[in-house]
Ligand binder design. Structure first.
Ligand code: HSE
Length: 350
């Protein structure tokens, strides 16, 4: 499989480091993705025979852009040109989320799908603002549009919710933003201020490029939109969610709940309506996770409460979601080949 990477931030770099690591599941299965183009703000690097990930990481570290890579670098190369002109099966759209327009992510995804390339994205804009359009476009072009890494980082929240949603769901409650959960934990454990804790979350690579998206609850709302539209089949628009961030949470409030055995968390919920807001949760509840962890709790008529917990932010967990999507794509290709061979051999599979 040949890959084009659009965006070379925290997640893109973690992905390359994961691919270099011989223990990654793609390597173990003998699947060696060939990275034929990497684009960043300065331009890109292109090599149809495959770029050297270690060399790209070194160039980026030294020069601040992969466009400075000797022989393969091209200053000013645009993502849309690379998507249209570089031969590849898969485009990884890893640019930062724009919650207002979804751009430039949506245009990148559209161009890739129209050119018959599968798309894997960790950018929340395209699936939150244009999921149905992009899914239809993918179907029309016989390719896939995958976005596991947009919710839950390395924790497969979307597939978990989709699976449970086959049963009768009564309610969904979740903690979907690693940065704010990390900040609230720092406030609870160490009486840190929001500002201090945010700086740490940024250093750890949890926060958005514009961290106000985390603090004001927008990132959580984008994720709740994706869950609702993808996994619950309940069409909802971002602006229909009632959102309150953690910007006004005070240490006094955190202390007050602590005395009652509760922790203040930025809770996303879908009940009669969809909301994101700081709420106290009993510290003993499974959903009440700390640090950058995410959790989702579904209540169904027959099972009661079912909870999934896992790392929800950071380069490596998110890169692992991309690797899962790559494995799923590869599995489908292999499946298609198998069906073809069986059909060609005149064997009927019941
Ligand atoms: N800023 C996001 C978070 C990154 O803190 O959860 C993962 O989507």
């Amino acid at each position: 499989m040949r890959l084009i990477l659009i965006g070379f931030g925290n997640v893109g770099k973690a992905l390359l480091r994961s691919l270099i690591d011989k223990r990654n599941p793609l390597n173990r299965l003998g699947l060696r993705p060939r990275i034929v183009a990497v684009l960043d703000r300065g331009g890109g690097a292109v090599d149809p025979d495959g770029l050297d990930p270690a060399e790209l990481l070194r160039t980026d570290e030294r020069e601040g852009t992969v466009a400075a890579a000797p022989e393969v670098g091209q200053f000013g190369l645009s993502p849309l040109t690379a998507i249209k002109e570089v031969e590849a099966e898969i485009v990884l759209e890893l640019t930062t989320t724009n919650p207002d327009t979804g751009e430039p992510g949506i245009s990148h995804v559209e161009a890739a799908l129209r050119n018959g390339r599968h798309v894997i994205t960790t950018n929340k804009g395209p699936p939150a603002l244009a999921m149905r359009t992009l899914q239809n476009l993918a179907e029309l072009n016989n390719v896939e549009f995958r976005f596991s890494g947009t919710v839950g980082g390395g924790t497969p929240i979307l597939e978990f919710v989709k699976q449970i949603a086959k049963v009768d769901i009564l309610s969904l409650k979740a903690i979907l933003n690693g940065t704010t959960n990390y900040i609230l934990t720092q406030m609870y454990d160490f009486e840190a201020s929001i500002e201090e804790a945010l700086k740490k979350a940024q250093r750890l690579g949890y926060a958005e490029k514009d961290p106000s998206l985390d603090i004001y609850g927008i990132d959580s709302a984008l994720k709740l939109t994706i869950i609702s539209n993808y996994a619950l089949d309940q069409e909802i628009a971002l602006n229909e969610i009632h959102v309150t961030g953690i910007n006004d949470v005070t240490l006094e409030e955190v202390r007050r709940y602590k005395r009652k055995g509760q922790k203040l968390k930025l809770v996303c919920s879908i009940d009669k309506e969809a909301t994101v807001s700081p709420q106290p949760i009993e510290a003993s509840q499974p959903i009440c996770v700390d640090g950058s962890l995410n959790s989702v709790q579904l209540e169904t008529r027959y099972t009661g409460k079912v909870t999934l917990i896992g790392p929800g932010a950071g380069g490596y967990p998110t890169a692992s979601a991309i690797i899962n999507d790559l494995l799923a794509l590869e599995g489908k290709e292999q499946g298609a080949k198998r069906v073809l061979t069986t059909e060609m051999a005149g064997i009927r599979v019941n």
